[in-house]
Write a protein that binds this ligand. Structure first.
Ligand code: BES
Ligand code: ZN
Length: 456
């Protein structure tokens, strides 16, 4: 097999931005690239068409009594802008100081290739390996996986497996790998406030009507309390307490708040009372403004009352909140608080995804129900300890991977998630990179896990 780093470079050269139709060819290129790799490894590869971006489904069948693992990844990436902040162009991969720079290097092209390389190496060594493997590689993860639900209904039989194996989460340090035990759910929507029929002269009409930007600013400001909690009645009603072992694991991580603040470039934190920043991102729900706009944005000034203002909002959800209920509560609150004199429109985003929790077999939990997953956790713990020098910690993450929760709620499939990207990898930002040492050690770990779950 070719050197994984040069394969990753070739893969990054396809600009597979799912959010923007201008990148259609990049999407096709990345998809064909992955399909060819899988076909070369002897998988039977199917490209499943969807209304938007096709899904790659590739299988290595075998005796029905063999264990079956689904390996998940996504071939789409985030838009690369702002382009001027990249040190090397986003789709021209470059190695600097042991890291490979390029859009998608860490999210999720590198980590997917970790598992793919592990499979290639393993099958080269053991062509008769008694393990069924299905690769499920989607192209809509970064836009909320709108095509996944119908796909799942149609292909559920092909996805009946023992568990899902993936790396689309992070670890805090190169020498402290995390097995991710949960992800936050997510809900997105956009609100628009409109006032007059068009932009107005602010001298001729100013003082007579409510300015849509002012209405939007007041409305947005009302959605949090000064202490940082979300100010929506009932928002926290269903939130479950954190399990003691989760706090213990986090304590073992021993996060340094000062270093975290410096890393982020902020002078301090703003968390709900009683939660450290490390706890807040894992254990608390949020309501965030992702974008806000309206009125004149050009150079100089322009004296107008704008006709409209908008805000893009997302909520992250924790156990046991549901996207449906939180959407109802937040939207009802926004409607009630919209002042007279302007008009409100709410556009829901993609379907919304619930939180996910995969209680690990340890620490302090009884052995899992699923023996193959239990073997996978054991093998992962041993291999991480050997390859990275320290046992993994078991922690929840703040990010979301919507389809992993769907695979659990619809098919009952739990996941083994090994965090392979690091805080310095700059996910969704300029100068994204993937640590090549983590990549090589990740391949060893993945290979050991797959070997460990094969039938004997
Ligand atoms: N790989 C991330 C999810 C992630 C990030 C998990 C950090 C853990 C830590 C994934 O590609 C992603 O960005 N997901 C989106 C989902 C959204 C578009 C529905 C997210 O979390 O914002
Ligand atoms: Zn992402």
């Amino acid at each position: 097999m070719k050197d994984p780093v040069s394969v990753l470079k070739d893969y990054i050269r396809f600009p597979s931005v799912s959010a923007d139709t201008a990148f259609h060819d990049g999407m096709t290129g990345a998809r064909e690239f992955v399909s060819d790799l899988l076909a070369g490894a002897g998988f039977s590869v199917e490209t499943v068409e969807t209304p938007l971006h096709p899904i790659i489904l590739a299988t290595r069948g075998g005796d029905p009594s063999w264990p079956h693992v689904v390996i998940y990844g996504h071939y789409d990436v985030q838009p690369p802008d702002p382009l001027d902040l990249w040190k090397s162009p986003p789709f021209e991969p470059e190695v600097r100081d042991g890291r490979l720079y390029g859009r998608g290097a860490a999210d999720n092209k590198g980590p997917l290739l970790v598992h793919l390389s592990a499979v290639l190496r393993l099958l080269e060594e053991q062509p008769e390996l008694p393990l069924r493997i299905t690769f499920l590689v989607e192209g809509e993860e970064e836009i909320g996986s709108p095509s996944f639900q119908p796909f799942l209904e149609k292909y559920r039989d092909r996805l009946r497996a023992d568990f899902v194996f993936l790396s689309d989460t992070g670890s805090p340090r190169e020498d402290q790998i995390v097995i991710t035990t949960g992800l936050r759910g997510i809900l997105t929507f956009e609100i628009e406030i409109t006032g007059p029929r068009g932009d107005l002269h602010s001298g001729i009409h100013g003082g007579a009507i409510l300015n849509p930007i002012q209405a939007m600013a007041d409305l947005c400001a009302s959605l949090h309390d000064p202490d940082g909690r979300v100010n929506v009645l009932g928002f926290y009603d269903d939130v479950l307490d954190v399990e003691p072992w989760e706090r213990e694991q986090l304590a073992m991580l021993g996060g340094d708040e000062k270093a975290y603040a410096e890393f982020l470039g902020v002078s301090g934190f703003h968390t709900p009372p009683g939660f450290s920043p490390f706890e807040a991102v894992r254990f608390q729900p949020t309501l965030e403004f992702n974008g806000i706009g309206g009125g004149y944005q050009g150079e100089g000034s322009k004296t107008i009352i704008p006709a409209r203002a908008f805000a893009k909002i997302s909520c992250r959800l924790v156990p046991n909140q549901t996207p449906e209920k939180i959407a109802d509560l937040v939207m009802k609150t926004i409607r009630e608080r919209t002042p007279a004199g302007v008009k409100l429109d709410i556009k829901p985003g993609h379907g919304g995804s619930p939180y996910l929790v995969v209680p690990p077999r340890r620490p302090n939990t009884p052995a899992g129900q699923n023996p193959v997953l239990a073997r996978a956790f054991d093998a992962a713990e041993a291999a991480i300890t050997r390859s990275f020098g320290k046992p993994p910690l078991y922690l929840r993450e703040g990010g979301s991977v919507p389809i992993i929760a769907k695979l659990q709620s619809v098919l009952g499939l739990d996941s083994l998630m090994i965090g392979l990207f690091l805080p310095e990898d700059n996910l969704h930002a300029p100068n994204e990179s993937f640590h090549l040492g983590v990549m090589e050690r990740g391949i060893e770990v993945s290979k050991t896990v797959l070997e460990g779950i094969a039938a004997r």
